[in-house]
Design a protein around this ligand. Structure first.
Ligand code: DLZ
Length: 207
């Protein structure tokens, strides 16, 4: 394998305070499952708590942009509702501790905070028509637009490959000595790094 191509050594980032979403397509499931597992492995190794990882699925890669967009918005609504609860305001569904004394029960502070990053995972394999080109173009442009517009990093976990073997190798499932490497792992690390950078940048702190 080339020594030049590929990411530089992992940035050491602590994911223990981050909340991360993974949304994956269900097309090409064997490869998807390996990529999601790779991303989850690295999220946990970086300290992201299991309770702060949300995994959702959509039919195909074409649905990834709407899922990312709505999940980011939904997590902001969830976080705002938690804040309102803590201030004694409206409660949109956070459970309350049962009161035995007749005095109002305190609201349990929820761990739900807005997502610090979303990983969009899909596997697009070229077929005989132009379908592949249109979907690759639309999905990659939309995901980039969502992260720039929302300010929440959207990690591009979409394989755009010419055949099954290329996809298998990029999920670490290749045949013989072409086992390849699971790119899901890099996506997990990228989510933690970008989530933590953006938090810092948003509070006006720079290295
Ligand atoms: C229709 C379709 C095709 C042909 N190929 C793929 C693929 O390789 N990878 C993928 O994630 N999704 C594929 N899809 C489904 C579309 O992404 C989408 O789900 C449908 O067109 C419905 O909008």
């Amino acid at each position: 394998m080339s020594e030049i191509k590929g990411p530089s050594p992992d940035a050491k980032v602590d994911g223990s305070s981050l909340r991360i979403a993974i949304v994956h397509a269900r097309w090409n499931k064997v490869i998807i499952d390996a990529l999601v597992a790779g991303a989850l492995k690295k999220l946990k190794e970086a300290g992201v708590k299991e309770s702060n990882i949300v995994v959702e699925s959509v039919p195909g890669s074409f649905e990834l942009p709407i899922a990312c967009s709505r999940m980011i918005t939904g997590s902001h609504i969830q976080a705002a509702s938690n804040e309102a609860d803590l201030l004694g305001g409206l409660n949109f569904g956070t459970p309350k501790v049962a009161s035995r004394s007749g005095t109002p029960a305190p609201t349990i502070p929820s761990a739900n905070q807005a997502f610090d990053a979303v990983i969009a995972i899909g596997v697009l394999i070229k077929g005989a028509t132009m379908h592949f080109e249109y979907i690759c173009d639309a999905v990659s442009n939309s995901l980039m637009k969502i992260q720039v517009d929302t300010g929440v990093p959207v990690i591009f976990g979409v394989l755009t490959v010419l055949n099954d073997d290329q996809a298998l190798e990029r999920a670490g499932l290749g045949k013989g000595d072409k086992k390849g490497h699971n790119h899901g792992e890099e996506w997990g690390l990228a989510a933690v790094e970008m989530g933590s950078h953006v938090r810092r940048w948003n509070s006006g702190k720079f290295l």
